[in-house]
Design a protein around this ligand. Structure first.
Ligand SMILES: Cc1cc2nc3c(=O)[nH]c(=O)nc-3n(C[C@H](O)[C@H](O)[C@H](O)COP(=O)(O)OP(=O)(O)OC[C@H]3O[C@@H](n4cnc5c(N)ncnc54)[C@H](O)[C@@H]3O)c2cc1C
Length: 399
């Protein structure tokens, strides 16, 4: 893996910087800086998505023939770093980083033509219909059932924790189509529209005050069979391929590195017993330890990026990134709570986004508590960290 930047790469970086200067408005930057969940709010994120799409830069990890950029690894790295350091809202991954790669690898040419352009343009946001009440880590026990009826399936059941389903035009969904053999053998992977009769989306408000997740109910929903990915009852294969992308293709390190820099600036401004908090030995050591861990994480992410650029998939190493990234995020938000101290406490999500009065304390205070609370979910979503450790033990260490 060669990460030396050539003169062309540096010219490319300058081009990105100019693009950011010309296009990233204060409002969009503010949305990313005050983001309290893993993604910024939906509307500004999609605005930025459309701006990137107009420039042809929305899907750097896709093959060029499907709308990717054809950039080298250093270019992709530079793009990601410049975007993150400038606090541009990160495009949502469900289409670009989850179902997109599945459709590219396993979809029919008709499915590719129908779905991929609208993922790229941002016309379609896709909800992920995997988890159910009673089927999360043990996903194969899912019970939402699809019964064949002519050229349709009829779906009944429910999905839960469905991120941003309230905005979704479409869903990729795991459904039970068979009961023979192991539970994994009777699952199919279906694509369908969210405005079909019989689909209801109900909000779940999180501890941090966000409306990020939902429960989705299916009541005799008729879904055309043309939305089936690959073969009936073989959905587990496609579902696992998608999970590798969900856990491994996105990079945690660039945003965490940017947030740590921001935290260092706050710690330099805050005082502890009369001295700068940044100079307090125990606190400085915790920041340095985190920085070293983030450097290690970044190297693993670059290694995966190198594999991807050669046509591979993230593989079980994706689990390593998921665990290290989410734990680093939780440590960082905990340290931020300690740094902002009393000013962190009074704020809810409404102070950050919707309150019409100035929030109490310095500008960096209001997002602290909602972000801290939301980050507790990081070791649960995309597969819990305990389950990722099981995967690593089996597939990486061969135990
Ligand atoms: C913010 C957020 C967004 C989400 N978005 C989506 C989404 O868009 N779409 C979607 O389909 N799902 C989504 N999820 C669901 C997520 O994938 C599940 O919550 C996760 O897989 C865990 O499942 P569960 O909640 O049923 O917990 P459970 O599986 O019941 O786990 C409970 C506890 O038991 C532990 N445990 C379970 N099995 C094992 C084991 N074999 N070994 C060791 N420990 C074990 C777990 O680690 C956990 O600590 C989201 C979750 C969150 C929190």
């Amino acid at each position: 893996m060669d990460l030396d930047f050539s003169r062309e790469d540096l010219a490319f970086r300058d081009e990105i910087r100019r693009f950011i200067d010309d296009n990233l408005t204060d409002e969009l930057r503010h949305a990313a800086m005050t983001q309290t969940a893993i993604f910024a709010e939906f509307e500004p994120t999609m605005q930025w998505h459309r701006i990137l799409h107009r420039t042809g830069w929305i899907a750097p990890s896709w093959p060029k023939e499907h709308g990717g950029t054809g950039w080298s690894i250093p270019q992709r790295y530079l793009f990601n770093r410049e975007m993150t350091e400038s606090y541009a809202p990160k495009p949502l991954p469900n289409g670009l980083g989850m179902v997109g790669p599945v459709i590219i690898k396993f979809g029919t040419p008709e499915q590719q033509q129908r779905y991929l352009p609208r993922i790229l343009s941002g016309d379609d946001y896709w909800a992920q219909g995997y988890s159910e009440p009673g089927a999360g880590s043990d996903l194969a026990s899912l019970r939402t059932r699809a019964v064949a009826d002519g050229d349709h399936y009829v779906i009944n059941g429910s999905k839960i924790w469905t991120t941003y389903a309230q905005y979704a035009q479409r869903m990729f969904c795991l459904v039970r189509t068979g009961d023979r053999g192991k539970p994994q053998q009777g699952i199919s992977f279906l694509l369908f529209d969210m405005d079909l009769p019989g689909i209801t989306v109900e909000p779940i408000i999180t501890l941090g005050g966000d409306h990020e997740v939902n429960q989705v109910f299916f009541d005799d929903v008729r879904v055309p069979k043309s939305g089936l990915i690959g073969e009936e009852n073989k959905g587990w294969t496609y579902a696992k391929y998608l999970l590798e992308w969900e856990r491994g293709a996105g990079a945690w390190a660039p945003r965490l590195v940017a947030d740590l820099k921001h935290l260092r600036r706050i710690a330099a401004a805050e005082r502890s017993g009369g001295a700068r908090l940044a100079d307090e030995a125990g606190f400085a050591a915790a920041l340095n330890e985190l920085e070293v861990d983030l450097m290690a994480l970044e190297m693993i992410e670059l290694r995966i990026m190198s594999t991807l650029s050669k046509g591979g998939s993230p593989g079980p190493e994706a689990s390593m990134i998921k665990v290290r990234g989410s734990e680093a995020m939780q440590r960082l938000t905990t340290l931020t709570m300690e740094t902002v101290a009393y000013y962190a406490a009074p704020h809810t999500i409404h102070d950050v986004r919707r309150h019409n009065q100035s929030p109490i304390g310095p500008a960096y205070a209001p997002a602290t508590t909602p972000h801290y609370l939301n980050a507790r979910a990081a070791s649960i979503y995309a597969g819990t960290n305990e389950v990722q450790r099981d995967i690593m033990a089996k597939l990486v260490l061969g135990l």
